[in-house]
Design a protein around this ligand. Sequence first.
Ligand code: PEP
Ligand code: MN
Length: 337
Amino acid sequence: MIIEVDKDADAGAVAALCDSLATGDDVAAWPVSIGGRRFVAVSGDEARVPDVDAAIVVGRHSTNARGYWFVDRANGVTPSTVNVGDVPVGRGPLWCAAGPCALESFEDAVATGLAVRQQGAHALRIGIFKPRTSPYNFQGKQGPGVKLLPELKAAVGLPVVTEVLDPRDVGLMAEVADCLQVGTRNMTNQALLKELGGAGRPVLLKRGYRTPVEEWLRAAEFIVAHGNPAVILCARGISSFDNSLRFMPDLGAVLAVRERTGLPVVFDPSHSAGRVDAVARVALAAAAFGVDGLLIEAHIAPQRMYQPGDGGQAYDPTKISDLMAACTAARDITAGL
Ligand code: PEP
Ligand code: MN
């Protein structure tokens, strides 16, 4: 349940309201402030939430039907633009975060970062902690990589988007990264989502590859309800019975989340396509569906990337400017049709 309180209510009155709601029966309540509005979020059986008659209460909203309320566009609470570094994502020019799958060679990461920056990318994407499907594959540079990130960022001159796998790493990663990514395999990790609520950094939330759109929105709600409204949804491919592409790009999801939420929506063509010759095609399709931006894996020398890995889908950084121009045109064309 969400209880909206007077925006001028003092913190003591809000804390007292939380206390009077959480009187037992496994009901918990905590304050949330978003965009000048004030709320108390309540978890538990709504029938057991006391019907308190505090003067500061403006409205009570059941969350039973959908499981989300803050990210519902009808309520106008979450922002439709989220800044990564100084660049707004959403309702404006097509945003692009590009870069290597993972930090492997520092020199290659810098060279790739400089190449994507020169091509007009707005952020560097790079993995330090890698979610891998085998324990025997490279797991990312992890701790030592976190230490290298400030140097990499300074050398490239772009804000960094990077994945956080473990709730215990959120604080550390928030110090060095500009945007924290939740990967497709971790989208349902509620402990991580709650921790990201306090990260003080924007979160790029990928859709789980086996997750319905409604569950993806509830994952976003976890982050917002725990204090962080700066969520960018990142659509991608999902599992299907066919594997012509690594994952089936789900473009309908772009329309669905546009209808249900105001949050910015970007697309990752790389982990949908799984092969470099399909990346631009999937990116164009996503642009035609009106996404706010793209997350693209790129590398100056894919043949040097570790195996097994994503070398086969690494895009040529020198083509990013042309790709973005084409995608912007595709987005504009379909917007007018
Ligand atoms: C990534 O973007 O680095 C990544 C691992 O993507 P996904 O979680 O979508 O597989
Ligand atoms: Mn990858």
